[in-house]
Design a protein around this ligand. Structure first.
Ligand code: SF4
Length: 342
């Protein structure tokens, strides 16, 4: 029997995930045809399935799309060469990359233009790492460990960048070792680890002394979800990643537990798990509020506006988005509402 369950905030959708889900939803609403999405729009099984049920096809290669297709590029960022290939085949390609990933791409471009070698701390097969390395493959070196840094022979003009969704405990030791190894190591003023990643990790660390188990809701390929689990395990506390309520069937949960969710996990999955656990006490644990908002991709906004204007000229009111659901109110509208309206 679970005595107390702490529901941790912040958890779940970050501003980048909110934006990408809403952007894909808009594409589905305004074009009555299959939308091709490069990589999973965000790394969550449930969300991917929902979009698949609604005429989205996820692809891993530009060659998989037909000539003239409409394409969305995922939140994790796309290598410029791949984006170009999509642009050449599609009739429209919208890039829903998170602005915080774009920031890392810009840093990579800047250092690479200065002929600086770049160490990129990330996970080899992760979409975000593949996209970032694609900015300047000849100058960038992907590392996952201190051993990888030791093996580099790249001179002394070196910069350090990182995947946005790493655990602090994954990034910090590599950063410190690199600073010792390379004199004058260049780094962005602010760490590349994003606000959502660090906020979710800090919140769990804060509640950790009160609990014996942590549940992290999120999918297997979600980097920030796995970072939460490994960070809790590193502190000597039991942590389980669960995709949905079925995954807790075989867990022997008792005592005090905390529940959080990675940045791409929908909140209804969290509540289904809470209902199933049915704790004696449910307590909110709120470390901080997040109010970050990322606007929809600029190209999508102008497309929607043009189409809305066109429809209003023709006075096709039933297909014209209602003012309260229109593009100008995007900030007040959530990805959860977008998913519910698919
Ligand atoms: Fe952007 Fe961070 Fe969310 Fe990734 S986890 S989409 S970098 S805000």
């Amino acid at each position: 029997m679970v005595n107390k369950l702490y529901l941790v905030t912040p958890r779940g959708f970050c501003a980048g995930v909110e934006m990408a889900i809403k952007a894909l939803h808009w594409l589905l609403k305004i074009y009555d045809e299959t939308i091709y999405c490069y990589h999973e729009i965000v790394h969550n099984k449930w969300i991917v399935k929902e979009f698949e049920k609604n005429n989205v096809v996820f692809v891993e290669d530009p060659k998989e799309i037909p000539e003239g297709a409409i394409v969305m590029l995922s939140a994790h960022g796309t290598a410029p060469e791949i984006e170009l290939q999509f642009n050449n085949i599609s009739s429209l390609t919208i890039n829903s990359v998170c602005p915080l990933v774009t920031k890392v791409h810009h840093e990579a471009k800047k250092f690479s233009n200065e002929n600086t070698q770049i160490i990129y701390v990330g996970h080899k097969n992760h979409d975000e790492a593949k996209g970032a390395i694609g900015v300047s493959p000849e100058n960038m070196h992907l590392v996952e460990s201190i051993e990888d840094v030791k093996a580099l022979e790249i001179g002394n003009d070196v910069a350090l960048l990182a995947q946005t969704t790493l655990a602090l405990s994954e990034w910090e030791p590599i950063m410190k070792f690199s600073q010792e190894r390379f004199n004058g190591l260049k780094m962005p003023r602010k760490s590349d680890l994003c606000y959502a990643t660090t906020n979710r990790q800090e919140a769990i660390l804060e509640i950790l002394p009160e609990v014996n188990t942590v549940l992290v809701v999120g999918s297997e390929n979600s980097s920030n979800t796995k970072a939460l689990v490994s960070m809790v395990n590193n502190q000597g506390v039991e942590a389980y990643r669960v995709d949905n309520v079925n995954d807790i069937e075989n867990l022997n949960l008792s005592g005090n537990i905390a529940i959080t969710a990675g940045a791409s996990a929908p909140d209804h999955l969290v509540y289904e798990i809470i209902d199933k656990i049915d704790p004696i006490n449910l307590e909110q644990f709120r470390l901080k509020e997040e109010d970050e908002y990322f606007p929809l991709p600029q190209q999508l906004r102008s497309n929607i506006k043009n189409i809305s204007d066109f429809l209003s000229i023709l006075n096709i009111s039933e297909t014209n988005p209602k003012p309260e659901n229109g593009i100008n109110n995007d900030k007040k509208w959530t990805a959860t509402e977008a998913l519910n309206s698919l």
